[in-house]
Structures are given as C-alpha cells and as structure tokens.
Design a protein around this ligand. Structure first.
Ligand code: HEM
Ligand SMILES: *[C@@H]1O[C@H](CO)[C@@H](O)[C@H](O)[C@H]1NC(C)=O
Ligand SMILES: *[C@@H]1O[C@H](CO)[C@@H](O)[C@H](O)[C@H]1NC(C)=O
Ligand SMILES: *[C@@H]1O[C@H](CO)[C@@H](O)[C@H](O)[C@H]1NC(C)=O
Ligand SMILES: *[C@@H]1O[C@H](CO)[C@@H](O)[C@H](O)[C@H]1NC(C)=O
Ligand SMILES: *[C@@H]1O[C@H](CO)[C@@H](O)[C@H](O)[C@H]1NC(C)=O
Ligand SMILES: *[C@@H]1O[C@H](CO)[C@@H](O)[C@H](O)[C@H]1NC(C)=O
Ligand SMILES: *[C@@H]1O[C@H](CO)[C@@H](O)[C@H](O)[C@H]1NC(C)=O
Ligand SMILES: *[C@@H]1O[C@H](CO)[C@@H](O)[C@H](O)[C@H]1NC(C)=O
Ligand SMILES: *[C@@H]1O[C@H](CO)[C@@H](O)[C@H](O)[C@H]1NC(C)=O
Ligand SMILES: *[C@@H]1O[C@H](CO)[C@@H](O)[C@H](O)[C@H]1NC(C)=O
Ligand SMILES: *[C@@H]1O[C@H](CO)[C@@H](O)[C@H](O)[C@H]1NC(C)=O
Length: 556
C-alpha cells in the first residue's frame, strides 16, 4: 500500500509535452472550448460554474460545480471494464428515471448548460470531461490532462450506480467492475464529496426529520465550494458534519467507504498535496473510462499558433477575401511590448508555390485588450494560459488565390522571425474551390412557404468554374429541441443547390454561383452547415459555417 501511495505522487498528472496538433484537427472545437475560456473569442464554458459556489440554471439550491462532478460520476460508474461497455458516454441522459439517479435536477442543469456548446464537432461526453476540467480549475482542484474523442450513447446503458444504503462489498464490487480498486474508490468518494451537499428533499432518509425541505442543504464538509481536503481532515478529527458519515447508519455510505481499508487512504489524504495529486489521478481515470470502441486522443495541449475563425469569401469583382485572427500562445513568451510584435502570414498561391509579396499582415486585436485564454481569475496560476490575438482582413486576386500559409512572429525589431508551419506540415491549409458567400446568404424574417414554424434560409456559394459541372449541396445540422429531453437533437438535412445566374450579383470571374433555399425550423436557428462540391473522394467542403452568422438579415 505504502509503495503505491508513493508512486501515486510520482505519477502526478504533470502537463507533459504531448505532440502538437496539426490544423485542422478533429479536436479543434474541443481545444477551443478548453483553452478559450475568457476574454477575446471566449467560448464561455466557465459561465455555468464560476465562481465555484455559483447556483447554476437559476436554481438557488444547486451548486453548478457540484452538479457537473456528480454528473461525471453517475454517467461513468456504470462501466463494465471487462465487457468494454459503458463509461463516460452521456448515457445518463436516458437513465434519469432510475431510482439510482434520484436528484436529476443536477443532471439537467449540467447537460442543459453544456448543450449550448454541443455540435457535430463535440459530444456531450467530451463536454462533460471538459466541464470536469473547468470545475477543477475554478474550485482550486488539481490540474488534469484531458483527452478527446468520446462518443455519445444513443440509448440507456446498464444500471449499477452505488447508493447510500449499499454494503461495503457491493460498493467495492461496483467500483471494481468500473476498473477502480479500493484505494481509488476511497479517493474518488473523498475527492467527489469535497464539493456540494445532500439535498434534504431528495434524500429525506439521509437528512432525517425536520430537514427535508428543498432548501435543506446538508454539506459534506465545512467548505462545500472549495476543492480542498477539509472533508478528510474533519472525518479524521471526528468533527465532520458529512451526512453520509454521521447520518443514520443505514445510509452512511461514506463511512463504509472510508473504512474499507481501515482509514489508510483517508489518513494519507490528510496531506493536502497527496489529496490534490490523488484526486487528479482518479479524476483522469473517471474521465478516461469509456467504452472499448472509443479511441481517446492524446491529452489535448494548446496550439502554439492557431487560426481563429478563419473565413474565406469572394467579392463580385473576383477577389478572395480572407478574414479572421491568429492565436498566439504566450505561455513561455514575455508579452511585454506586444504592440511591437509583428505577426505575418506568408502564403502560397493556389498552385501551392510561394509567391513574391504574398504575405498577409496582421494587427493586434483590441477587443478585450486582444487577450484570451483560460486564466479565469479563480484558475490557479500554474494552469493558466494566456493567448494573444492578431487580426487580419486580406483581399487577394482570385486568379492567384491562396492555398496555405505559415505564421511568422517577430517579438522585437531586432529579433529574427520565428516561423510556425503547422506542426511541421508545411503550412496551414485552405481551400478555395467552394466558397460559401456570407453577404449573399440570409435567414429572413419570412415564413418558409407559408409554414409559420420555419424561416426562409437562402444559401449562396461560389464554385470554381472547373468544378461547375459537379453537384453542389449543403448539409445543415439542425440543432433542435426534443420533447422530454434536455439536450438538443442534431438532425442532418441535405439540400441540393442549383446553378444561379445571380440576379443583381455579378458573376465573379472564374467562379459559378449556386443557390438553394431551405426552411429552417424556428427552434434550430443556431445550427451549423457545410457547403460541398462533388461527391465521394472528390468532395471539397467549406465546413462548419454558422447559421447564426446569417441570422435575421436580408440577402444582398
Ligand atoms: C459509493 C459511492 C457514492 C455514493 C453512495 C454517493 C452518494 C451521494 C449522495 C446520496 C449524494 C446527495 C445527492 C443530492 O442530494 O443531490 C451525493 C452527492 C454528490 N456526490 Fe456522491 N456518492 C458516491 C460517490 C461519488 C463520487 C465518486 C463522486 C465524484 C467523484 C461523487 C460526487 C458527488 C457530488 C459532487 C455530490 C454533490 C451534488 C450536489 O451538491 O448537488 N459522489 N452523493
Ligand atoms: C490500486 O491501483 C493502483 C494503480 O492505480 C495500484 O498501484 C495499487 O496497488 C492498487 N491498490 C490496491 C489496494 O489494489
Ligand atoms: C505533429 O508532428 C509530429 C512530428 O511530425 C507528429 O508525430 C504528430 O503526429 C503531429 N501531430 C498531429 C496531431 O498530427
Ligand atoms: C429534467 O429534464 C427532463 C427533460 O426536460 C424533465 O422531464 C424533468 O422533469 C427534469 N427534471 C427535473 C428534476 O427538473
Ligand atoms: C421550505 O422552506 C421555505 C423557506 O423556509 C418555505 O417557504 C416553504 O414553505 C418550505 N416548504 C416546505 C414543503 O416545508
Ligand atoms: C477511522 O477513523 C475514524 C475517525 O478518526 C475513527 O473514528 C475510527 O475509529 C477509525 N477506524 C479505524 C479502523 O481505524
Ligand atoms: C475540526 O477539528 C480540527 C482539529 O481540531 C480543526 O482544525 C478544525 O477547524 C475543526 N473543523 C471544524 C469544521 O470544526
Ligand atoms: C512554410 O514553412 C515551411 C518550413 O519552413 C516551408 O517549407 C514552406 O514552404 C513554407 N510555406 C509558405 C507558404 O511559406
Ligand atoms: C474587411 O475590410 C473590408 C474593407 O475595408 C470591410 O468592408 C470588412 O467589413 C472587413 N471585414 C472584417 C471581418 O473586418
Ligand atoms: C483585389 O486584391 C488586390 C490585391 O490584394 C488589391 O490590390 C485590389 O484592390 C483588390 N480589389 C478589390 C476590388 O478589392
Ligand atoms: C498554376 O498552374 C497552372 C498550370 O501550370 C498555370 O496555368 C497557372 O498560371 C498557375 N497559376 C498561378 C497563379 O501561378
Ligand atoms: C426565400 O427568400 C428568397 C430571398 O429573399 C426569395 O427569393 C424566395 O422566394 C423565398 N422563398 C420562400 C419559399 O419564401
């Protein structure tokens, strides 16, 4: 036992240097949500749990941070490691009516918030893992590594969440089936219950008489909104108020768990450093418990350089427009004198050859001071990443166009420029074969063909003349509410696009215009879509465009 405890410290989840991602990556959305938590281009995952005591979803009896952690546990603990089934797969969404999942308001609040970030690019299960990372950051918990690639279940999985009346043997068996030994079981419970409360109305048998109102919140320790080891210290010193330790014997599951190895682990966890590192270990284990069919990525580290919201467009006069910003990670860099930094984008033309004078210049962004990252105030210093943004807005003749670019960074007048070529891949790739035309596209306030539940969406795209004979379609992923279900459904609709002579819009030289109209349901106005030219191996895609960018406007 002792030797494992020592080795647990040695395997503390240090932020080891994993391979950089190559852009575009399947994990780009994950990486953005993880590292763009505050400031410029923030994705806002912290808003449901910051500060740690925050009452999420407008429910003053629910602590958002605790709700998100309890969701992680109830979803993953039904895993069967030897069968390769269950784990963190959001199957809990289909299991809410089970008695073992009593107190579902917490799961609703969790999934309800995280579903605002849900799309075809990121699963609810991945968002639950990112939510855990965020809670640990906001509440003062350990720095954990997070992997991506979880896949959501489409139906309920097996049952088996341990409950407060279960025997020590049943709990050990349950955790063992999910892949957690006795030490890890004890640490998981101590680390999980450092946040939050028992709700008297949901668990009257634990709370006892006179404490069964929805406003009766019974904390596990004296610091329910701090990720610390007060729960352990108070248990060992015999002055704990943990209702699962000092409540009725029948429901004293925490007491049974803590005694499962005769207090050895609890004694060890009195050391705050040991608590933090062992909690980091068990939370990584919980997040990474997935069905055997799921292949998780390496731990996601921030891109040193990443294009942010890059958009290719086309003007009627035949110029490619290219707008967006470049994200620069400041981790090891002194950000002093940032206004003097020169961030440039040398690019290759459409034949992939470097050309003279083909360089896009950027300017430091000014919104939010031009900074973002995940250095939310309550995140500990050691986990914070600051990211600076440099904006560009280029116009390039379509005849030469652009196929890829590098980013060069000069931090002072005298320094040599550093070149970033996208993890050694020779540049950040772009395609100019099919271009969604944002100004010419719109969702108007009009009903679609007299159907008052739909709005008229018009999509216009330009396709290179040499591909004009190939079919063009757009695939919209409508994100729509589902009756009796807390997370939106993603419904793919494919709409063929027709060649369009562009009444009132000049045909850009070298391109053919295509257009389609579609009735977008009122509940799905914030969806995403791809415009695709060709079929099968020959497809080119302008992907992951947002209906929100063309919402409530007229077509030009
Ligand atoms: C034998 C295992 C466990 C049992 C029997 C158990 C039981 C309970 C019970 C009865 C509650 C009260 C729920 C409510 O009133 O809303 C609770 C809350 C909670 N549990 Fe557990 N738990 C166990 C393990 C875990 C683990 C491993 C974690 C996470 C790592 C966890 C995280 C939480 C959190 C964060 C809360 C507070 C929820 C809130 O404040 O809304 N639990 N647990
Ligand atoms: C629990 O698992 C760890 C590895 O995570 C191992 O080192 C330790 O010996 C195990 N403890 C028990 C009680 O089996
Ligand atoms: C980044 O580049 C390294 C070295 O070429 C490579 O091993 C690694 O797979 C690349 N990373 C990704 C995510 O492609
Ligand atoms: C949770 O959400 C579901 C689906 O919207 C709903 O049926 C259920 O009543 C909600 N539960 C609670 C406790 O709010
Ligand atoms: C719960 O407590 C609130 C506030 O003290 C009170 O207004 C309410 O009537 C109580 N509800 C029940 C069911 O006792
Ligand atoms: C475990 O610790 C508790 C709290 O200090 C104590 O009351 C109990 O006697 C201990 N049990 C064992 C077996 O050491
Ligand atoms: C519990 O007892 C310990 C040791 O005497 C003390 O440091 C701590 O403040 C007490 N905590 C509570 C909540 O009473
Ligand atoms: C990007 O940098 C790589 C490596 O230095 C180089 O091979 C490539 O030609 C550059 N691409 C552009 C567009 O400058
Ligand atoms: C880019 O510049 C053009 C011309 O000055 C301007 O009309 C357009 O709004 C700018 N686009 C962005 C995204 O800043
Ligand atoms: C097209 O781009 C070129 C090169 O960037 C620029 O000189 C020209 O003014 C642009 N034309 C229009 C109409 O924007
Ligand atoms: C690209 O290559 C083609 C075929 O070699 C050539 O006709 C064309 O002029 C080149 N375009 C540019 C922009 O260099
Ligand atoms: C949708 O809007 C477009 C552009 O405003 C218009 O041409 C078309 O007639 C409308 N279609 C329907 C079905 O309302």
């Amino acid at each position: 036992m002792k030797s494992w405890l020592v080795s647990a410290i040695a395997t503390v989840p240090l932020l080891t240097k994993a391979a950089d991602l190559t852009w575009p990556s399947p994990y780009d959305e994950f990486e953005d949500i993880m590292y763009l938590q505050t400031g410029y281009a923030r994705r806002g995952i912290v808003d449901g749990v910051n500060p740690c005591s925050f009452n999420s979803g407008g429910n003053s009896n629910l602590q958002g941070s605790a709700s998100w952690i309890r969701t992680l546990f109830h979803d993953m603990i039904t895993a069967d490691i030897s069968a390769g089934t269950g784990g963190l797969d959001a199957s809990l969404l289909y299991e809410m009516d089970r008695p073992e999942n009593k107190g579902t308001a917490a799961f609703n609040v969790t999934y309800g918030f995280l579903s605002s970030l849900f799309s075809r690019k990121i699963s609810m299960a991945d968002l639950t893992a990112l939510g855990t990372y965020t809670v640990l950051g906001v509440c003062g918990g350990p720095l954990v590594q997070v992997r991506a690639g979880r896949i959501d279940a489409t139906e309920a999985g097996p049952s088996g969440v341990p409950g407060p009346t279960h025997s020590t043997e049943t709990m050990k068996e349950r955790f063992a089936t999910a892949g957690f030994n006795v030490t890890e079981m004890i640490a998981s419970v101590a680390c999980g219950h450092t946040l939050g409360v028992v709700h008297g109305n949901d668990f009257p048998e634990i709370a006892g008489p006179g404490r069964q109102n929805e406003t009766d919140l019974l904390p596990f320790d004296s610091t329910k909104a701090q990720f610390d080891n007060a729960l352990v210290v108070e248990y060992i010193h015999g002055n704990t108020s943990n209702p699962l330790v000092v409540g009725p014997e029948a429901t004293n599951s925490d007491k049974r768990v803590f005694l499962a190895d005769s207090n050895i682990t609890m004694n060890y966890l009195q050391d705050p450093k040991a608590f933090s590192s062992m909690c980091g270990h068990v939370f990584e284990r919980m997040m990474d418990t997935v069905p055997s069919s799921v292949k998780l990525s390496d731990p996601i580290t921030p891109y040193p350089i990443k294009p942010n919201n890059p958009k290719i467009g086309l003007t009627p006069s035949g110029n490619i427009t290219f707008t967006g910003s470049i994200r620069v990670l400041l981790k090891d860099k002194n950000s002093a004198g940032l206004e003097n930094w020169v961030v440039s984008m040398p690019y290759a033309d459409r034949n992939r050859t470097a050309c003279d004078g083909c360089t896009i210049q950027t300017r430091p962004a000014t919104f939010q001071g031009g900074f973002g990252g995940n250095s939310v105030e309550s995140f500990k210093e050691r986990r914070s990443f600051t990211i600076a943004f440099f904006e560009f807005n280029a116009s390039i003749p379509a005849s030469t166009s652009i196929s890829k670019f590098n980013v060069t960074l000069k931090t002072s007048a005298s320094s040599d420029p550093e070149t970033y070529d996208n993890n050694g891949s020779g540049g950040f790739p772009l395609q100019d074969q099919v271009i969604f035309l944002e100004p010419q596209s719109c969702i108007t306030g009009d009903d679609f063909q007299g159907d008052t539940s739909k709005r008229n969406m018009t999509i216009v795209a330009a396709v290179r003349d040499e591909r004009a004979d190939k079919p063009v379609r757009f695939e919209v992923i409508i994100k729509q509410q589902r009756q009796g279900f807390i997370v939106d459904e993603l419904i793919k609709q494919t709409v063929q696009m027709e060649q369009w002579t562009g009444l009132g819009v000049a045909k850009p030289v070298g391109f053919t215009l295509f257009k389609a109209t579609y009735g977008v349901p009122l509940g799905g106005l914030l969806s995403t879509f791809d415009v695709i030219s060709g079929e099968g191996d020959d497809e080119v895609v302008d992907e992951f465009r947002k209906t929100g960018d063309i919402g409530s406007k007229q077509c030009f």
